[in-house]
Design a protein around this ligand. Structure first.
Ligand code: IFM
Length: 446
């Protein structure tokens, strides 16, 4: 693995999100979020699992921060739970909630680990949802207030702040397909929500820039290249549209100031209402673009369920292992958009793991990580500016509608006892990161 070309401050990290690990859902003054409501609604999450306890990270903060040290990472990506800080999504604040993140930042600083904080990883306060949530422009102002609260309290210690995680997932899975919270099936609303999320991003960036000019600001998108199964015109047209909905719908307004015309035509009456000044807001300059990459899209005009070839296999999510897609994606984004530097803010795989005593021999995950880091480096070698890589995920956790059945962690969690065990992938990642550190005479005792 080439290491010489890596900048010294390259971030090697792991990532999590609040609802997936914190637990303590009804403790410390936290208010309910749409994911509490959704997961407590029968039939929405597999086996009725909820994030009530999750990894109990809220009560095990110090132990988990020590585990980050054991992993040897120099950066940690996590999200703040909006309803823990503002139980109703608006003022007043919940001091205990802020104290928790304050302790987290102190703990990370004390351990020499840089922090990438995400403001919104899907846990919209329930009371804002009841006031029409992301469908209503008032929520954008509440989000900006929340961003300012975080900046004032934590901005002295964070390295970077991402506004929104994966707006495509929020809008499409939450408001159009109804398989994630809040479980709605309204395409018109979903597209308006996607526009509002991008506006919320722009507003928050403006507010944060004024308060914490030192902190790097950006957004995190789930992106993938889309390939046509056959060279036919029909498959190509489908691939073009899928790419438009997933990639260009977000990248174009963020970096070109417009929505893609072909997608607007496809949406027809479901296209959002957009004002020119809103497009300007969305294009507010940022310092980084977070890319979450797991697999590619493979489309066939007549058979939506056609599986890709899967030469390197599939993960437990049924997602094809396709590392070269990450290289293609990064090269294409750099070429088409000239965005700010990238971070790979999520990349990882769920596999069926077996705990054997104090070990989990998750060789497939080791291969997955190795192949994707190599794919990222292949893009870097061709000039793409990538500043960090974050494995998803630090711990096995609540995998949304799949509950606890899908394990993405580098660290195994027994959800009964809350015992943590470093999987072989964690040990591999630790050794890999150590090998990337530049050789220093003083470290070698010379
Ligand atoms: O667990 C999720 C995460 O919350 C967002 N990105 C994809 C991951 C795996 O599905």
């Amino acid at each position: 693995m080439p290491s010489r070309s890596l900048p010294e401050d390259f971030q090697w990290g792991v990532a999590t999100s609040a609802y997936q690990i914190e637990g303590a859902a009804f403790q410390g003054g936290r208010g309910p979020s749409i994911w509490d409501t959704f997961s407590h609604t029968p039939g929405k999450v597999v086996d009725g699992h909820t994030g009530d306890v999750a990894c109990d990270h809220y009560h095990r903060l110090e132990e988990d921060l020590d585990l980050l040290v054991a992993l040897g990472v120099n950066a940690y990506r996590f999200s703040v739970a909006w309803p823990r800080v503002m139980p109703d999504g608006r003022f007043p604040l919940n001091p205990k909630g802020l104290d928790f993140y304050d302790r987290m930042l102190d703990g990370l600083c004390a351990r020499g680990i840089r922090s990438q904080l995400t403001l919104y990883h899907w846990d919209l306060p329930q009371s804002l949802h009841e006031a029409r949530g992301w469908g209503h422009r008032d929520t954008l102002q509440h989000f900006t207030d929340y961003a300012q609260v975080i900046a004032r309290r934590l901005g002295d210690r964070v390295d970077s702040i991402a506004t929104i995680n994966e707006p495509w997932v929020v809008a499409t899975l939450g408001y159009e397909r109804g398989i994630f919270a809040p479980g709605l099936t309204d395409r018109r609303l979903a597209m308006q929500v996607s526009h509002h999320l991008l506006m919320a991003h722009g507003l928050a960036v403006q507010a944060l820039r004024a308060l914490v000019p030192r902190v790097k600001l950006g957004i995190v998108l789930n992106l993938a290249p889309t390939y046509a199964a056959r060279a036919s015109a029909a498959d190509r047209a489908k691939a073009q549209l899928e790419d438009g909905l997933l990639v260009r719908w977000y990248m174009d307004p963020l970096f070109r100031g417009c929505y893609p015309q072909d997608v607007l035509e496809h949406l027809g009456a479901d296209a959002p209402s957009v004002k020119p000044e809103e497009l300007k807001l969305i294009r507010e300059p940022t310092d980084f673009l977070g890319v979450n990459y797991y697999t590619r899209n493979f489309v066939h005009a007549e058979d939506p369920n056609l599986k890709p070839p899967g030469k390197l296999g599939f993960t437990d999510m049924g997602w094809e292992v396709y590392p070269q897609g990450l290289t293609h994606l990064l090269l294409r984004l750099a070429h088409d958009y000239s965005p700010p530097p990238f971070y790979i803010t999520e990349n990882g795989a769920a596999f069926v793991d077996r705990l054997e005593g104090d070990s989990v021999h998750d060789l497939k995950r080791v291969h997955y990580l190795e192949q994707h880091i190599a794919a990222m480096n292949a893009a870097r070698d061709q000039g793409v500016d990538v500043r960090g890589y974050f494995a998803w995920s630090f711990l096995d956790n609540f995998e949304w509608a799949s509950g606890y059945l899908k394990r993405f962690g580098l660290v195994h969690v027994d959800f009964e006892s809350q015992r943590r065990v470093l999987k072989d992938s964690a040990l591999w990642y630790r050794n890999f990161i150590a090998a990337q550190q530049p050789w220093r005479p003083e470290a070698a005792g010379i």
